[in-house]
Design a protein around this ligand. Structure first.
Ligand SMILES: Nc1ncnc2c1ncn2[C@@H]1O[C@H](COP(=O)(O)OP(=O)(O)OP(=O)(O)O)[C@@H](O)[C@H]1O
Length: 224
C-alpha cells in the first residue's frame, strides 16, 4: 500500500500539492488532471524521487524520506521520455544495468534479461544500440528495464503520450497484464476506463476520486 498523509509540496514559494491524504491499495490507479495540476510531482513522490515539503509518504510501511533507497527498489518509475531512462550503449546492457547495480550474479542477469526482452518482443535488438530504436520500442525498452527489477509497484508518467496508435495499444496491453500494482499519470482517458480507481487533480488538490466510470465523465464535465 502507498499512503500519503497531509502531503504538501512547493517549488520555492509556489505550492503544487496541497494537503493530500490518500491510501492507494488498488491494482490500477489513474492520476488525471490538466497541465500543471501537480500529477508528475505526485507521481515522483510515490517512489521518493521527490520528498514532500511537509507530510509523509510511505510505501508498504517504508517512509520515502528516510528509506528512499528501499522505496525506489519497491517502486519502479517509467518516465514519459524513454531517452532519460536509456543510458547504456546496447539494449542488453541497458536492461541489465539495474540488476548489475544490485550485484545480481551474471548468469542470473542474462537469464532475466532474456526473459524480459522476449516478453516485450525486443530480442532482435539485444546487441544493438538503443538509440536506433523507434520511440515506441524505446518506451517498451524503458518499461522492460524497470520490470526486470521486479518491483512491487510501477508508476508510469504519461506512458502513451509520445506513441503512435499501434505502440499505444501495445503499452496499454502491457500495463493491463502487469502482475504489479500500477499508478498511471495520463491524459489518455480511454486507457483508464478499466482501471480500479481514478484521481483527478486540480491545482494540487484531489477534486475527484472514484471508479473511472464515474470519475472520467465527472472530470470531462468539470472541464466545461
Ligand atoms: N522542478 C521544478 N521547479 C519549479 N517548478 C516546477 C518544477 N517541476 C514542476 N514545477 C511546476 O509545478 C507545477 C506542477 O507541475 P507537474 O509537472 O507536477 O504538473 P503536471 O500535472 O504533471 O503537468 P503536465 O500535465 O503538464 O505534465 C507546474 O506549474 C510546474 O511548472
Amino acid at each position: 500500500m502507498i499512503e500519503l498523509r497531509a502531503v504538501t509540496h512547493a517549488y520555492g514559494d509556489r505550492a503544487v500539492l496541497r494537503d493530500l491524504s490518500l491510501s492507494i491499495r488498488e491494482r490500477r490507479v489513474a492520476i488525471l488532471g490538466g497541465n500543471g495540476s501537480g500529477k508528475s510531482t505526485l507521481a515522483r513522490m510515490l517512489n521518493g524521487l521527490i520528498v514532500p515539503s511537509s507530510g509523509v509518504v510511505t510505501v508498504d510501511g517504508l517512509d520515502t524520506r528516510t528509506d528512499g533507497r528501499a522505496v525506489r527498489q519497491r517502486v519502479g518509475f517509467v518516465f514519459q521520455n524513454p531517452d532519460v531512462q536509456i543510458v547504456y550503449p546496447t539494449v542488453e546492457e541497458d536492461v541489465g544495468f539495474g540488476l548489475k547495480a544490485r550485484k545480481v550474479a551474471k548468469d542470473e542477469i542474462a537469464r532475466r534479461v532474456t526473459t524480459v526482452l522476449d516478453r516485450y518482443n525486443l530480442t532482435r535488438y539485444r546487441h544493438q544500440p538503443a538509440h536506433q530504436m523507434s520511440g515506441g520500442e524505446k518506451q517498451l525498452l524503458a518499461i522492460a528495464g524497470v520490470l526486470v527489477l521486479e518491483p512491487a509497484h510501477v508508476v508510469f508518467d504519461e506512458p502513451t503520450t509520445l506513441l503512435d496508435l499501434r505502440n499505444r495499444r501495445t503499452v496499454i496491453q502491457v500495463i493491463r497484464e502487469l502482475p504489479q500494482k500500477a499508478v498511471v499519470v495520463t491524459h489518455d482517458l480511454d486507457m483508464v476506463m478499466d482501471f480500479d480507481r481514478a484521481l483527478v487533480l486540480e491545482e494540487g488538490r484531489i477534486v475527484i476520486d472514484d471508479v473511472p466510470a464515474v470519475a472520467v465523465p465527472a472530470y470531462v464535465a468539470r472541464l466545461g
